[in-house]
Design a protein around this ligand. Sequence first.
Ligand code: DGI
Ligand code: FE
Ligand code: FE
Length: 189
Amino acid sequence: MRYSREELIKAVSGQMPEKRWKHTEGVMHSAVVLAKQYGADPVKADLAALMHDVAKFWPIDKQERVIRENDLDQDLLANDKQLWHAEVGYHVARHEYGIEDEEILDAIRYHTSGRVGMTLLDKVICLADYIEPGRDFPGVNNIRELANHSLEEGLVAGLDSTISFLLEKRKVIYPLTVLARNDLVRQIK
Ligand code: DGI
Ligand code: FE
Ligand code: FE
């Protein structure tokens, strides 16, 4: 890897407002706790969490260009812009920061949408993003509670809250989010 953890922290924190960096620190903390609890690699969880929102505050036209000009999922461009930063973060982590671990890269890539067949690390990062200590939205404490005994239960509750929010606002729902949610429900049954 080309950068030390300290160098990555410096580079990533410089690309976002203070508040979003605090969120990232919270996700790093929660991801390590979940990783230790559920048997994922805490070092990988820390690094994926550190990088997960690296592109969140990039200008939207720059995010669009990265997706358009690279071998990335072009379908995202027809879906909510909020989804783009995960795909862009995946690309940037690989090509600008030299992260080569495919598990870490996938966890960054799918942290917003989820996917069918989420890996342990995917689940840890996606759930940590919902429950990090700075998060405050209706239902977050219920998700935190569920996360104490099941990654899948916590995630279904998290994705359900996102889907409900999108329905409420009459937004387009990215199909992969629904597929991810259904896949997790089946894993629980
Ligand atoms: O980047 P964060 O704010 O930390 O969290 P995130 O990466 O989970 O982004 C969530 C945002 O994406 C949230 O405001 C809802 C929005 N969004 C829009 N369409 C979809 C969506 N999220 C999911 N999972 N699925 C969608 O179809
Ligand atoms: Fe995000
Ligand atoms: Fe996040």
